[in-house]
Ligand binder design. Structure first.
Ligand code: GUN
Ligand code: ZN
Length: 427
């Protein structure tokens, strides 16, 4: 069975970061053939005896990262500047997404997208496809071939969108249920019911999505909420009776465990309580929010409200697939503090929010995002001396926190020496 000797980083059951300078990670296949962690702890020659040992000196093994919100059809939208969310959607995003009715295009982009995630050490992601069922097929088939734990769904958008991406209410709901039947629980894959956001979904489509969410409690729900002031004013005009943007999703039965809402910037405390009490989670997208000028996620209020959240790239609004870039942007946003005293999010907390914390937000605690026994063997092998400046910082670091922070600030894909998916090296 594969066994790994290296420095190890993981989280204890009470969410403390654990560092093992010379550790041993043992794995074995479960009854479905998925490689899982069987033990983690200090190096022990006796415990490793008889195992197929891989030794990674001067490297660090850590849980694979989780991207809680990303759009694969927006691969070619990265780095497209606009005057805010709504013009950005009209000018670039819908135009690119319209191309995903072509299965050959979808397959080419899906392969590149998954390569890119793996190169950056992202082993699980919650993904928006386009509104074309064929875009889901392309991504799921390639994710399955790579044994990935990935959750994705066809975008629902039956109004306020151009020809080529706008779907039909009835057909979109039938297709969604067919895709659930085809992909939910197949190997490590999951399906997410995916209403794009309130402005692009009729009441009938939202009601149908809510009905599917009720009938299929194991599947995920993903959408966007409270990202941008113009978007919020639009929702208010479309739903004048609603207490808030978020409450529209509640009205249609779309707030529940396994529902993940991207952005959650302009929420109030009643909204945060509603998310917590319904079991919904937030995907925090700091590079996207800074790039589009959407606003700053309120970490202090979210922590006070005990809101479940994790970090996300939101590519193509987001500017990078790299979890290190996302963690650094999250740190900037925390420091900003929305005009109040900023928080200094610790490197341990940032790392947690992109791994074990994100797994919890997905309802996958103990499955991915950590290396405790029972977790699936998805991890990264980091080379902390991958650039001259990082090597210099690492040599001078006086604490684990300083070392982790150096990787967050200076790190990118060069840090990822290997990405291991279910025990198989993929890079
Ligand atoms: N709101 C509705 N669709 C989108 C999208 O594709 N990206 C972002 N950032 N926000 C959205
Ligand atoms: Zn998004």
């Amino acid at each position: 069975m594969p066994a790994y000797r290296s420095a190890l980083l993981y989280f204890s059951p009470d969410d403390r970061l654990v560092y093992e300078a010379d550790g041993l990670l043992l794995t074995a296949p479960d009854e479905r053939g998925v490689q899982r962690v069987t033990s983690i702890g200090p190096w022990s020659a006796a415990a490793a005896a008889g195992e197929a040992l891989e030794h990674w000196p001067a490297r660090l093994i850590a849980p694979g990262f989780i991207d809680l919100h990303v759009h694969y059809p927006q691969l070619d939208v990265i780095a497209s500047p606009a005057d805010g969310l709504l013009p950005w959607l009209e000018t670039y995003t819908f135009v690119q997404e319209a191309r995903f009715g072509d299965p050959a295009h979808a397959q080419e982009v899906a392969a590149f997208f998954l390569d890119e995630l793996q190169r950056h050490g992202v082993t699980t992601s919650l993904v928006f496809c386009s509104s074309h069922a064929s875009s889901v097929e392309a991504l799921m088939a390639q994710a399955r071939a790579r044994s990935l734990r990935l959750i994705a769904g066809k975008c629902l958008m039956d109004r306020h969108a151009p020809d080529g991406v706008r779907d039909q209410t009835e057909a979109s709901l039938i297709e969604t249920e067919q895709l659930i039947g085809r992909w939910q629980g197949v190997d490590r894959l999951g399906y997410a019911i995916t209403p794009r956001f309130v402005p692009s979904c009729s009441d009938a489509q939202l009601a149908g999505a809510g009905e599917l969410a009720r009938r299929h409690p194991q599947v995920w729900v993903q959408s966007h909420v409270a990202e941008n002031h113009d978007e919020i004013a639009w929702v208010q005009a479309l739903h004048p009776q609603a207490r808030s943007y978020l409450s529209v999703y509640e009205q249609f039965g779309l707030l529940r465990p396994r529902s993940v809402y991207a952005h959650c910037i302009h929420l109030d405390d009643a909204d945060r309580d509603l998310m917590r009490s319904t079991g919904a989670a937030a995907a925090v997208c700091p590079t996207s929010n800074l790039f589009l000028g959407s606003g700053m996620f309120d970490y202090a209020a979210s922590q006070r409200a005990n809101l479940a959240y994790g970090l996300a790239s939101d590519v193509g609004g987001g500017t990078s697939f790299s979890p290190f870039q996302t963690m650094l942007a999250a740190y900037y946003v925390g420091r900003d503090g929305r005009g109040k005293t900023g928080l200094s999010l610790s490197p341990e907390r940032l790392w947690f929010d992109h791994t074990a914390g994100a797994a919890r937000a997905l309802g996958l605690e103990g499955v991915v995002g950590n290396l405790l026994p029972g977790c699936e063997a998805d991890f990264v092998v980091l080379n902390p001396r991958c650039t001259p400046l990082l090597a210099r910082k690492v040599e001078r670091a006086e604490s684990l926190a300083q070392w982790l922070f150096a990787m967050i600030v200076l790190g990118d894909d060069r840090l990822i020496e290997r990405t291991v998916i279910a025990g198989r090296s993929s890079a």
